[in-house]
Design a protein around this ligand. Structure first.
Ligand code: NAD
Length: 252
């Protein structure tokens, strides 16, 4: 089986919906046990219940270090430890930089960047206890290049890419691999929220933008496949890298 996750114990942040939930679904299908964590505690509970006995829910806002620590403890108490940390939770702002308030910019950076930083820090002791493991950070093609309306978001995802590289270097001795996933537009509620402002800004229907830039919208299941590969031992020589899923957008 490719991306076999049998016996792997994982925490996924922001897993009540979208890419996090699709990743939790695939992880469980591939044999993992998953802590489905989200700041939306009801959503996490509903997702975990739907995913069955190998999923447990945790309420966790990634901006609160104590809540991430408690979530890692849920992996310890429910599954006996941690092998995989997926720092997936993130938010978007779809506004020109000049219309973005300082408060909005700071709030986004707190979730998208500080949240990943805190997730790495909290996971490392548990991963080290297990003899090593894999951290997968959800970045974006917005972390590789700029896009209109996504100034704060691009800044945050660029930071996630750099954090990933440094963590990979620093954690190599502990046998912990750290990689980033960089999707383009994927079919989730986040993109639904961006469609109208984006169409207004570029003066083109969103479908046309997709057709020109990436051919079609990506699916959450396609992103989950990449996360599962990076979580699995199939990617054992892979660390500090960015994995782009974009239908050729970055290539031009
Ligand atoms: P989404 O809005 O559909 O789901 C995000 C989930 O994260 C929600 O369940 C939400 O409750 C949770 N969340 C938000 N803030 C949180 C916080 N502070 N703590 C814990 N949970 C929190 O978004 P999505 O499209 O699934 O995005 C998931 C990740 O993928 C994000 O990091 C996003 O930036 C990234 N991403 C998405 C796309 C895309 O096109 N959808 C592309 C590239 C990268």
């Amino acid at each position: 089986m490719i991306s076999d996750l049998s016996g792997k114990r994982a925490v996924i942040t922001g897993a009540a919906a979208g890419l996090g939930r699709a990743t939790a679904e695939l992880f469980i299908a591939q044999g993992a046990k998953v802590v489905v964590s989200d700041r939306d505690g009801d959503g996490a509970a509903e997702a975990a219940a739907a995913l069955g006995p190998n999923a447990v829910a945790a309420t966790c806002d990634v901006t609160v270090a104590a809540q991430i620590a408690e979530t890692i403890d849920v992996a310890r108490s429910s599954f006996g430890g941690l092998d995989v940390m997926v720092n997936n939770a993130g938010i978007e702002i779809g506004k020109p930089l000049t219309e973005t308030t300082e408060e909005e910019f700071d709030a986004l950076m707190k979730i998208n960047v500080t949240g990943v930083f805190l997730g790495i820090k909290a996971a490392v002791p548990a991963l080290a206890e297990a003899g090593g493991g894999s951290i997968v950070n959800m970045a974006s093609v917005a972390g590789i290049g700029g896009a209109p309306l996504l100034g704060a978001y691009c800044a945050s995802k660029g930071a996630v890419v750099r954090l990933t590289e440094v963590a990979a270097i620093e954690l190599k001795a502990a046998n912990i691999r750290v990689n980033a996933v960089c999707p383009a537009f994927i079919d989730t509620a986040m993109v639904d929220r961006l469609v109208s402002p984006f169409e207004a800004a570029v003066g083109m229907p969103f479908g046309e933008v997709l057709k020109v830039k990436q051919g079609r919208i990506g699916t959450a299941a396609e992103v989950a496949e990449m996360v599962a590969f990076l979580a699995s031992d199939d990617s054992s020589f892979t660390t500090g890298s960015q994995y782009v899923l974009d239908g050729g957008l970055v290539a031009g």
